[in-house]
Write a protein that binds this ligand. Structure first.
Ligand code: OAD
Length: 256
């Protein structure tokens, strides 16, 4: 069947690339952006643009605290899908995990298997990491918790010792992805033999173009997502099932 075909291609591949979106973290309790209960139903994307951060950092931070509370409410941990990818590694030809998520869960899943392996796939966080903030003047990075606490207690916007304003270390709307990051993502997609798009609506850039780039370079493209995506017609295999069911199955088939 479809999953067996994917697993065969993964086994025969030199380079497998996994590309993930909010759907892979949904079973961990992190809400998705679009669809039922999506974050963009509760908030307006316009509240989180780079332009607004520059014009009105105080208002931006007040809203960002609310967004962070909705998205990363309490404890959340990697699920079976993150773990299956973390466990695959380069022995199973998985070269890299490219993620649009800023929740850090791929990194946490990798940490939990790190002692057992030396062939971890590289993890590229295309949209940054919400667990950090970065000073826009001196570039210093900090853990998010103490800075969010200061902001919640009324320091709006929170600032660095150098006087610069802290910004969540994520890519905001209207902000370019770092050139080196997007270049590496494109070259990985272009050189992949199997490209798996997992839990993403594939509607924003570069999500929409990376799987198409992989397909046009001859990769087998697999899409794992509950809903249809605009890239389904370019894919070789489309699986509309929960990521926590599909990813462990793929891993087991590859290792059989
Ligand atoms: P979306 O919220 O747009 O899409 C998530 C997709 O995951 C949806 O198509 C769901 O059907 C699917 N899904 C949800 N739960 C699932 C499950 N358990 N198993 C399988 N599929 C599931 O999220 P992204 O595509 O990641 O950008 O969104 C891309 C970017 O848009 C985000 O990184 C963010 C957002 O605006 C920035 O913040 C810069």
């Amino acid at each position: 069947d479809d999953l067996e075909r994917l697993a065969d291609d993964i086994r025969d591949a030199e380079t497998v690339v996994a590309f993930t979106g909010a759907g892979i973290s949904q079973p961990s309790g992190v809400p998705t952006f679009r669809g039922d209960d999506g974050v963009w139903d509760k908030f307006d994307e316009g509240q989180f643009t780079y332009g607004r951060f520059q014009r009105n950092p105080e208002g931006f931070w007040a809203d960002r605290i609310e967004l962070q509370q909705v998205m990363f409410d309490g404890e959340y941990e990697p699920n079976a899908a993150h773990e299956a990818l973390a466990a695959m590694g380069r022995d199973d030809n998985l070269e890299a995990i490219l993620t649009q998520n800023t929740d850090g869960l791929h990194g946490e899943a990798a940490t939990s298997v790190r002692e057992e392996r030396t062939d971890e796939p590289s993890i590229l966080e295309l949209h940054g990491n919400s667990q950090r903030v970065r000073c826009i003047d001196c570039g210093k990075r900090m853990e998010d918790d103490p800075i969010f606490e200061r902001a919640t207690n009324g320091e709006l916007p929170p600032t660095c010792d150098c006087g610069g304003v802290y910004k969540p270390d994520v890519v905001l709307f209207g902000e370019q992805l770092p050139g080196a990051v997007i270049q590496r993502a494109r070259s990985l997609a272009g050189e992949s033999d199997v490209f798996l798009a997992i839990g993403s609506s594939l509607v924003v850039e570069p999500a929409a173009s990376l799987p198409r780039l992989a397909a046009s370079s001859g990769a087998t493209v697999g899409i794992v997502n509950l809903e249809s995506t605009p890239v389904d017609s370019s894919a070789d295999v489309v699986v509309r099932e929960d990521v926590t069911d599909v990813l462990p199955k793929i891993r087991d088939l590859v290792e059989k």
